[in-house]
Design a protein around this ligand. Sequence first.
Ligand SMILES: [Mg+2]
Length: 384
Amino acid sequence: MKTALFIDRDGTILVEPPVDYQVDSYEKFAFVPDAISGLKALAALDDYELVLATNQDGLGTPAFPMESFQGPHDLMLHTLRGEGVEFDDQLIDPTMPDENAPTRKPGTGMFGKYLSGQYDLANSYVIGDRITDMQLAKNLGARGIMLCNPEVGEMTPEDGLKAVKDAGLDDTVDLVTDSWLEAADFVRIGKRRATVKRTTRETDIEVSIDLDGRADGDWKISTGLHFLDHMLSQISHHGGVALSIKAKGDLEVDEHHTMEDVAIVLGEAIDKALGSKVGIGRYGFALPMDDCAALVLLDFGGRIDFEWDAEFKREYVGDVPTEMLRHFFMSLCAASKCNLQISAKGENEHHKAEAIFKAYARALRMALARKKFEYDLPSSKGVL
Ligand SMILES: [Mg+2]
């Protein structure tokens, strides 16, 4: 099935003149920063048709004659064409707001072709600068990306995020950003987010992870083991990932099943969220922490290998048995399909455990990091 990018014009590609919101002369003509670069990156993707979708209030009336619209509009199209950006379709609604026409965005009256069942709208995006664009995304059953660049518009990304929440569009809008380049890269890669649930007779676990740390709201870590919660929050904080872990395990037996299964589900979530792995750093390494030296080497090359060199003298740190730390990382390694080598030295057992988690988190951060506009798999074999 085909997918499309429905792209708003004014405020998104062209700066919306604050005087009357009409681009009806060359004096009012200006591109939004990085719009050309962003569109060029999107046009290079083979997956999407580019569709311009714009409301032009009163177009064709004396207040906004067609001639004064056409010149700047053609200049925009011509400039973009020179950069390899061609729209497959242009949807322009000329009605005024008080007409309440079904064709006016966020109405879907202009979008009949795309609603005919030939388009995979759930994987299509609306890119726009107004909440009505995001409402349109919802009405189409598409995803929304909201551009809020305060240099050229009224809203900061924070304002945009609030507007999205106030309008109840959290489930539709995937990204609010001030950057066209970030928006384009987001379309290319999609969300690196996953939720994995696992229920056995021993544990009931749900892990959600966003590798780009974009998730907000009340993501919590709760495993019933306080020290483990503290360590997992280090992975979130130092790894730059958003993490939610809800685990209920048979702690009345002991800590083993809970720690093992949290590691397995977390590892599966990391692996799932990594998706195609294009553009990732793949490798990570990290070094000293506090008075301890913790060394973590990590490779998401797809082969599983695990090395551990850390001894603990105390049986417990907090409510976590130290023998389970090795088992935790071994399970995490296998489930996330990585090569993981960990060694740690130090006197203070709490610090040593914490150093391992922090070093792992830092290594994870490096390995997960994606370079913008880098489309290659970090492997000479072409497979990870
Ligand atoms: Mg707009």
